[in-house]
Structure formats: C-alpha cells, structure tokens
Design a protein around this ligand. Structure first.
Ligand SMILES: *Cc1c(COP(=O)(O)O)cnc(C)c1O
Length: 424
C-alpha cells in the first residue's frame, strides 16, 4: 500500500502554521486608544470638536468604492435590510435572492416584512443566474439582490439589463467581494446600492460592521435615517457638546450605527486591503494552475471581471471522485492533511436549517405570508449540486507563501490518489 491518508490514521501532508484571520495593522492600537480617550464612542454621543472616525471611514470607503456616499452600519445584515428599505421595498413585496448564500440574504428581506424569492445560481460562477432571475419576476417583485459569491463577480451586465428593463433596483451584496472590480470599476457601485459586511471573517473587518454605498442622494438620506433612529448627521456647524445627529422626523429608523471603535479599526484595515487582495490573487492563480493539472474545476467568474477578491477559494470535485466518497468526507480528508478547515459551500437556502421563518413568532402575520416565505417551495438544483460537489477554504490561507500553496495542491493530489480509503 502507498501512503495512507491522515483521515485514516496516516501521516499528515504538512504541519505548517497557516496564516490566521483577522490580522491587525500597525495603527489600530493607537486609533483605539484615541477613541477610548476622546469622550465620544459613537456618533450618537455629543460632538467633541473633531471629525468622527465614522465620518472618516465613510469618506474613505465611498472613495474606495468610487461611490458618492457611504452610510456605515452595525452589521452587513442591517446594511442589506436598510438598502432594501431605502429603495422603497416593504411589506409583502417580493425580493429576488440568490439561493446559494449566507442566511442573511433571506433574513434581511424577512426583516423588512418582504418575501424572499429564492433563485438558482450559475453552475460555473455560483452567482445569481440571469435567466432564472428573469423567470422569477412577477408583478409583485420590487427588487433584485445579488451576491458576488466566494471569489466571483456576478454577471453584472445581464443582471443590470434585467433590472433596467423591469424598472427594479439592483442591490449588490458585496460581503465576499471588498476590492473586486468589474470593467475596471469597483463592485458595489453598479446597482442602486452596494452592501458590505465587515464581520470578522470578511476581507475587510472590524469584528462586526457593515456599509451601504450609493450614488443616489435620496437612497442615502433614507439609509441614514434608517440606521440612526430617524436622525441624520448635520451638515452645518456643530458646537462641542452638541448632538451631531439631527432629529428630522422624515423617516422612522432603528439603531444600526457603527461605533467609533469599529470605524477606527476599519480605517486601519482599509489601508491593508489592496495589498492583501493582491497576495491572495497571486496565490489563487498559482493554485488554479496546480489544480487544473489534476483535472479539477475551480470557481469561475463573469467575463467582465477585471479584479477578483477571494473570500473563499472554491473547487468542484469530479463526479468519479464523488461516486466514491461524499463531498463532506473529502473536505474532512483535506482538512486532516492540511491543518486548516476545508468545507462545503453554503447549504442552499431552500434546505437550510438557519432559514426557517416558521420558527419565529414575528412572521406569524397570517397563513398567506407564512406560505409565501416558506423556503421549501423553491427548487434550486444548481445550488444543490454546488453544495454537493464543491469544497472551499477561507482567504487567510491565500496569504501564505507560494511554497505553502503548493502543499494545498499536493493534498488534493494525495486525497485523489487514495480516495478509496475514505469510502465510509
Ligand atoms: C456575511 C454575509 C452577510 C451578512 O453580514 P453580517 O455582517 O454577518 O450581518 C450578508 N451576505 C453575505 C453573502 C454574507 O456572506
């Protein structure tokens, strides 16, 4: 017998230490101390005579996304719900949602009393399938949300065209795609609004955070009201000790403000993002070649993509292999060889234990609504097949040196060659 797999008691392919995430930058400690002693820990406390970190981050991130305005939020889920509501979506409206995503894609829609319509994805890019979107549009559809998923940019040309023809706002969920570009322009700047998550696993993070970017001043003004209990930041002179948030009463909101601590960390991280993304791309392209030689199919992106951002690196396993062992076991075997987590992609939202509106009393507004939001009424064969054939790992691994990246290909090779050891 040849070398046996680590999962069946053999030696591991490597014991190396892989990069961890998140990674603090040099300036963060100083900025955090500065917030701590500033007398203002959030924009909803009185002005202290200088620009808040929240404003500094909003300006820097709008610039980064080449958008006119950025409204920071407490989470990505809040950003998504706020963007939808700011586009006029509300009770009972249908919102198109990709069927392969984190649960937030559906829960944000439910959170504004709207109805998520789960739509299947493209088998090569794992992003929203334009033809399936077209087929899902009804006279109750009020918005389309897309996700630039894992390491891909969605087919923006086709999706923007559909949105325009049906006069629907397109909302780009860029939670996986900070820094990705399409036609040399940053994602998030194509739709009516772009939405970001800065939760701890994401490419730009402060632990928990989010943002809405838009060029539309009306959408921005509504988003500002929605995230600060119906208040917006004053544009005129503010005195020390006065509230910078002004109560306009124009639109009721909730509290989803980003704290000064979080904004300070984000400013620090934003300065590191492009360099980290470039390293990830180099490692990913190197790995693409090695895995291609093994006959594996890595996740593709839409033709208009000019810069990918790798949140998760994803690879489809060949059917011959999956006939021997299920994808989950193969992922475990790779994890055992490499010492970092290799996992399946998200569970499709029509069959995901986290997406269960019936478990929550707030959605019991009537039998009609409960039936409409029942995820099991949707059919998502492509999302299901991706879940059952694709393995992926997190972006921090791609920050490793290229010789370490070679080990990843060697682990795939080892598992492929010894697949019969993991039949059970
Ligand atoms: C992480 C994520 C979100 C939600 O962000 P939170 O900051 O965790 O609320 C939304 N959409 C996608 C696709 C995500 O991956």
């Amino acid at each position: 017998m040849g070398t046996s797999l680590a999962i069946s008691g053999g030696p591991r392919l490597t014991d190396r230490e892989w990069p961890r995430w998140p990674q603090p930058g040099d300036r963060a400690l100083k900025s955090l101390e500065d917030v701590l002693t500033s007398g203002r820990w959030t924009i909803s406390c009185a002005y202290q005579g200088r620009q808040s970190y929240e404003r500094q981050f909003a300006e820097a991130f709008a610039d980064y996304c080449r958008s006119a305005i950025c409204v920071p939020t407490a989470t990505g889920t809040a950003a998504l719900a706020i963007a939808l509501e700011a586009c006029g979506v509300g009770a009972s409206d249908e919102v198109i949602v990709p069927g392969l995503s984190w649960v937030a894609s559906a829960s944000a829609v439910l959170g504004i009393n709207a109805v998520p319509v789960l739509v299947d994805v493209d088998p090569a890019t794992y992003c929203l399938d334009p033809a399936a979107v077209e087929a899902a549009i009804t006279d109750r559809t009020r918005a389309i949300t897309l996700v630039h998923a894992y390491s891909a940019v969605a087919d923006l040309d086709s999706l923007l065209d559909i949105a325009q023809r049906h006069a629907l706002p397109l909302i780009e969920d860029c939670a996986h795609a900070h820094g990705a570009r399409y036609g040399d322009w940053p994602v998030g700047a194509f739709g009516a609004a772009g939405v970001f998550s800065m939760q701890g696993s994401k490419l730009l993070t402060c632990g928990e955070g989010g943002a809405v970017v838009t060029d539309d001043p009306e959408i921005a003004a509504r988003a500002e009201h929605l995230r600060a209990d119906g208040r917006i930041l004053r544009r005129d002179e503010v005195g020390v000790g006065e509230m910078e948030l002004q109560e306009t009463g124009r639109l009721m909101g909730s509290n989803a403000c980003l704290s000064e601590f979080h904004a300070a960390v984000l400013l620090d991280q934003l300065g590191l993002l492009d360099g980290q993304n470039a390293r990830r791309v180099r490692a990913a392209e190197h790995l693409d070649d090695r895995l291609g030689e093994l006959g594996l199919t890595v996740q593709d992106t839409s033709p208009g993509t000019t810069d990918r951002a790798y949140y998760r690196y994803a690879v489809r396993l060949p059917d011959e292999l999956l006939a021997v062992a299920p994808v989950g076991r193969i992922a475990q075997a790779l994890t055992a060889e490499l010492g970092f987590a290799v996992m399946q992609t998200h569970r499709p939202l029509n069959d995901n234990p986290l997406n269960r509106p019936s478990s929550r009393r707030r959605f019991a507004t009537g039998p009609d609504y409960l039936a409409r939001v029942d995820p099991s009424r949707f059919d998502l064969p492509v999302a299901k097949s991706i879940h059952e054939s694709v393995v992926s790992f997190g972006h921090e691994v791609l920050l490793a040196p290229l010789d370490a990246v070679n080990d990843i290909a060697l682990a795939f090779r080892k598992v492929l060659d010894n697949i019969h050891e993991i039949t059970d």
